[in-house]
Design a protein around this ligand. Structure first.
Ligand SMILES: C[S@@+](CC[C@H](N)C(=O)[O-])C[C@H]1O[C@@H](n2cnc3c(N)ncnc32)[C@H](O)[C@@H]1O
Ligand code: SF4
Length: 382
């Protein structure tokens, strides 16, 4: 693996103050608190395991995701960053992102994260009105979120925030107003997610019982197109289905996933892709924080799966990820990964339907294609 290729480190913090009813991320509430020093030791141990398996790489991005990493003490973040720098060379301009929830207690820690080396903050604002925040089960108000955003801009050169749209009862007019306001507060990056009803969540139970009504496919598509229009007009076009940035301000860590590069992943429920002996491996760790901790202490890592991907699987994964990007997929890279040639007749048909476009060696989903991306990917991968 050429050491010049981007390489990322993902750090998963699996704890939250409360579980939001729509969320199926690996996040857990521990009312009695946790032994953070003991968890830190385990993160450092697991990091050493990954460093031994990916020697000589240069780290281009680090991402603290969750759960709620803004529940970590800044000194825990600092110790993890120091250990990463002791194991690998870290690029001078490496992107170091931390996901934060916008409560006032968490905003107090922003200066500490910046001092620890974090240079990009991603804030989970989710909605700009208190009734919607309450319906989403959030612990902050809209004013608190905007205050946290102001504090974030003081401490970090790069700030992004997340909103969830296609919420219950949300009209196109209401979303247009909310997004217009959001764009006034935005820096150079925004993540705008359509509400997904995830299996096993309280929202899924209410949806099945008919007590939660979310926009159907047609209305959701209209909201998506409205989102593209407003963001493009504001100079933040989508570079991925849900991610918008001024050109040059895209999240390098996100791009690394979608372009199919390697990354280590530490903490309970993290995923990783590491190339060893010329083959890409898919790794993931135990989801339960306490079981992960016990296994790391006993065996030096919390891995629960560690499998080589075949060249066909590697290429298919690249196709699946890269078509999410506005820049699309590099057909030469697909070939280099060992992917089979795509069917010309099928490509021509999808181009004719206006779902795909070819641009030199790149294949992209058009705006219409992105609306039916899952179907498109299934057809191409079949
Ligand atoms: C790892 S999560 C949360 C980060 C942080 N704990 C927070 O809640 O602000 C990253 C983002 O995924 C989005 N998200 C989570 N569940 C979702 C769902 N069911 N539908 C749409 N977006 C979702 C939220 O916008 C959230 O900020
Ligand atoms: S949305 Fe964020 S705060 Fe809410 S449960 Fe999921 S990870 Fe935790």
């Amino acid at each position: 693996m050429p050491s010049s290729e981007p390489f990322g480190v993902y750090v998963h913090w699996p704890f939250c103050q409360a579980k939001c009813p729509y969320c199926d991320f690996n996040s857990h509430v521990r009312h009695g608190g946790i032994d953070e020093a003991r968890f830190l030791d385990a993160y450092l141990t697991e990091l050493a395991h990954f460093a031994a398996r990916a020697p000589g790489r240069s780290v281009s991005s680090i991402f603290f995701g969750g759960g709620t990493p803004s529940l970590m003490q800044p000194r825990t973040v600092e110790a993890i960053l120091a250990a990463i720098a002791a194991h690998w060379a870290v690029d001078g301009d490496a992107e170091i992102t931390l996901e934060a929830n916008p409560t006032s207690v968490e905003a107090e820690k922003f200066a500490g994260y910046a001092a620890a080396g974090v240079n990009r903050l991603s804030l989970g604002v989710q909605a700009l009105d208190d009734a919607s925040l309450k319906a989403l089960g959030r612990l902050h108000t809209a004013d608190e979120a905007l205050a946290a955003l102001r504090i974030a801009h003081k401490h970090f050169g790069r700030v992004s925030f997340d909103l969830i749209y296609a919420r219950e009862g949300q009209s196109a007019e209401a979303w247009a107003q909310e997004l217009t306001r959001a764009l006034e507060h935005a820096g150079d990056h925004l993540s705008l997610y359509q509400l997904t009803i995830e299996d096993g969540t309280p929202f899924a139970a209410r949806h099945a019982a008919g007590t939660l009504h979310v926009p159907g496919a047609t209305k959701a598509s209209a909201l998506y197109l409205l989102t593209q229009e407003l963001c493009e007009a504001a100079g933040l076009p989508a570079y991925e289905i849900s991610n918008h940035a001024r050109p040059g301000a895209e999240s390098r860590h996100n791009l690394l996933y979608w372009r199919g590069h390697d990354y280590a992943g530490i903490g309970a429920g993290a995923h990783a892709r590491i190339t060893e002996g010329g083959a890409k491996r898919a790794l993931s760790t135990i989801k339960s924080p306490e079981s992960w901790l016990a296994q790391v202490e006993a065996r030096g890592h919390g891995l629960t799966s560690d499998e080589a991907l075949s060249t066909a699987e590697t290429a298919e994964e690249y196709l699946l990820m890269a078509l999410r990007l506005a820049e699309g997929m590099d057909l030469a890279r697909l070939k280099a990964l060992g992917g089979r040639a795509l069917d010309e007749a099928q490509l021509n048909a999808l181009e004719g339907d206006g779902l795909l476009a070819r641009d030199g060696t790149r294949l992209k989903a058009t705006q219409s294609g992105r609306l039916v991306l899952e179907r498109l990917i299934l057809e191409l991968a079949a």
